[in-house]
Design a binder for this molecule. Structure first.
Ligand code: REL
Ligand code: ZN
Length: 420
């Protein structure tokens, strides 16, 4: 049906963005068979590392050691008291918890943490996964799978049946960022590698990657890279990229995802909450994607300052697909600015968002909040077309939104959406 008025347009776009199922292309969530790796429930929500960082800002009296010695439940109590009772929870990470509790139907007027906990004790992981995926309207979640993690390797070895809603991504940070300590872990897994990359080391790294690709069937290989990532460069990292990652990605026909701009552990006392960001050299991205035009690259960058040049670089290189508003960018004001700019420069050839959820329940807020902004930006973009005399069919809008929320990703991979 042709859209006849602006009101009709806004209503249709908003509703379609709200109801279109999502492929969430980067999360830290796991299927039920991965056991303790899957985090869920109110105590996990409250002890999300974003909230830990915010709590310490209000508690100069609290020592880091004292906090880390508390049980998870005690940490959650302290965070709840500090961020939700002693102050109003309007930071994005705090607001996220409120959205989740509200979407689960809890009575927020009582602010009774024990009541929320009682619900989580009464529900099984399997049922809760079903409930959250349905409520969040997320059809597929891409995990972050680490073959250097012994516990996770055990889960892959156990041969448990795979849940088709949770797909794999082969994460290789230790290989590219911590070779000095990770080569021995490869050796323990039976690969003939040496610290200096001599002899058969590079061939063995390729064998390691191919073995894990065969085992996990990952949609892509992924790494987070520091803000001073350089390419080309005379370094172990770049040798492994050039001689192992790129040829294996090419042969397996899967993209290499680079998440660039993180400064790990600027405050180690904060553990996971102690990472920060820095501006990166877009030249490094330009050079690697244009050198390997037959390899696909998924790229997200952490610094706001890199977003415009990243979008322009994608205009020049069709093997580069920009994705998500990562981590410190996953805030309404920045999502709106970045999404607007990307749609203006790239049209719909972009993945506007991923959730990066670490806790299952967060799917509710990360997607609710992002959908609202994506919808708002799209209303403006279609509205501009409408003003210029372009009349849209509902079917065209539906197609575009399905693409933004997953279709673009699957087409880039060259694979059918298994949930379609
Ligand atoms: O995948 C990553 O490297 C990051 O997204 C995570 O390390 C980070 O801690 C995450 O929670 C950010 O949202
Ligand atoms: Zn992540």
């Amino acid at each position: 049906m042709t859209i006849a008025t602006k009101e009709q347009l806004n209503a249709f776009v908003t509703e379609t963005v709200r109801t279109t199922p999502v492929t969430d292309i980067h999360t830290h969530l796991f299927a039920e068979s991965f056991g303790d790796l899957l985090l869920w429930g109110v105590d996990e929500l409250l002890t999300y590392h974003y909230l830990i960082a915010e709590t310490f800002r209000f508690r100069p009296d609290l020592s880091y050691d004292a906090f880390w010695q508390l049980s998870k439940r005690e940490q959650a109590d302290l965070i709840w008291q500090t961020l939700f009772i002693d102050h109003s929870p309007y930071s994005e990470a705090c607001r996220g918890v409120v959205t989740v509790l509200n979407r689960l139907g809890f009575d927020l007027s009582k602010r009774d943490l024990e009541e929320y906990r009682a619900y989580f004790r009464s529900v099984s992981a399997g049922d809760y996964i079903d409930r959250i995926l349905k409520l969040a309207n997320v059809k597929t979640v891409v995990m972050t799978n680490d073959p250097f993690d012994a516990y996770e390797r055990g889960k892959w070895d156990s041969g448990a049946e795979q849940d088709p809603r949770f797909l794999a991504a082969l994460r290789i940070d230790p290989l590219l960022n911590l070779w000095d300590s990770s080569w021995s872990k490869l050796k323990e897994q039976g690969y003939e590698v040496g610290a200096d990359l001599s002899g058969v080391t590079l061939a063995e790294i390729r064998r390691f990657l191919k073995d894990w690709i065969a085992r996990m069937n990952p949609l892509y290989m992924a790494v987070s890279l520091p803000n001073d990532f350089a390419y080309p460069e005379d370094s172990v990292r770049v040798r492994i990229i050039d001689e192992c990652i790129v040829p294996v990605a090419r042969e397996a026909g899967i993209p290499f995802a680079m998440m660039i701009g993180v400064k790990r552990k600027v405050n180690p006392s904060l553990k996971d909450a102690g990472d920060s960001l820095g501006k990166s050299d877009i030249g490094a991205v330009e050079r690697i994607v244009s050198k390997y035009q037959d390899v696909k690259f998924l790229v997200t960058m952490l610094s706001r300052e890199n977003q415009h040049e990243l979008a322009v670089t994608a205009r020049k290189n069709r093997n580069l697909l920009v994705f998500g508003c990562w981590w410190f960018l996953n805030n309404p004001s920045l999502i709106e600015e970045i999404t607007r700019m990307r749609l203006e420069l790239l049209g719909g050839s972009v993945i506007p968002q991923h959730s990066d959820c670490r806790i299952l329940d967060q799917l509710l807020y990360k997607w609710d909040h992002s959908r609202a902004i994506i919808g708002k930006v799209l209303c403006d973009k279609y509205g501009d077309l409408f003003d210029a005399g372009w009349r849209l069919e509902e079917e065209e809008i539906r197609r575009d939104i399905e693409d933004l929320l997953g279709g673009v990703f699957w087409k880039f991979l060259g694979k059918p959406d298994p949930a379609a």
